[in-house]
Design a protein around this ligand. Sequence first.
Ligand SMILES: [Zn+2]
Ligand SMILES: [Zn+2]
Length: 301
Amino acid sequence: MTPLSQVLSGYSKALYSSWLYYKPDRILVDCGEGAASTLGNNCFAIESILLTHGHIDHVSGLPGFLWARTSAMGANEKPLRIYFPRGDIFFADMRAYIDAVNSKFTFPLEWIPLEAGESFELQRGRSVECFATQHSQGSASLGYKIIETRKRLRPEWANLGQAEIRQRIQSGETTEAMMEEYAGIKLAHGGDGLPLDPNLIAGSEILVHEATILDAANRKGQSHSTLGEALEVANAAQPGTLLLNHISGRYKRSEIETAIREGATQREIGFPIWCLRQDNLWPVWNPDSSANLNSPAAEPS
Ligand SMILES: [Zn+2]
Ligand SMILES: [Zn+2]
């Protein structure tokens, strides 16, 4: 499995800023403060921005990003698409500013509103499907899945041995008749909100789930998930790798690591768990290793 750091980079701190760059499809999910300055030249690689919702910690980096695409050295004329939840009430002021300066941008900018269940094609043969999340009261919010069409043996063939399959091919079965297409989820990103429905995101290669608070006693009526809830969702959905983000700044790194390892041990979690805390993206839990993973870099906590 590809280490997450080869395909993802980003920043996440609840209430301050969140964004995630998914390199294989040149996608930026959310665009919190500081996205452009951290991405640098990678600003020009991005083809689509997928906004999960209009809270300021997820959109405050947009003006800087759009101006960087205009003013910095790079592909200044490359088109950009911004997808957002139709009916989001928090985004209006930011959108008004961007619309007011849009004529000064050097590239075509397209805004595309989406509703849960809608999908669109990406380049490179993949597509994006969005789903409803439960987050901001009275406003819309979305999660996104990057989907790849894959082929597998039909269920009636799946349990046959190699010899049996060979024999059936020799007696005239075509490989097309034996195979079926299915939608494989490369990445599922739930944005902010209450725990996701595991059925929507089952088997994702990478599942990004928020874990704003470590224990439910601190929830205070906010529509966010706890670490335990995120682990429960992931354990039901069985992703290739779980990435936890949007963790509150009140917790020290060591507290987060301990809580994740305890929760994963308790649930006997069989997939790796990574964390994105501020700009640190690192593995915390590896089911194949009997020892806990050590923090790769010293960080003031
Ligand atoms: Zn947030
Ligand atoms: Zn939010």
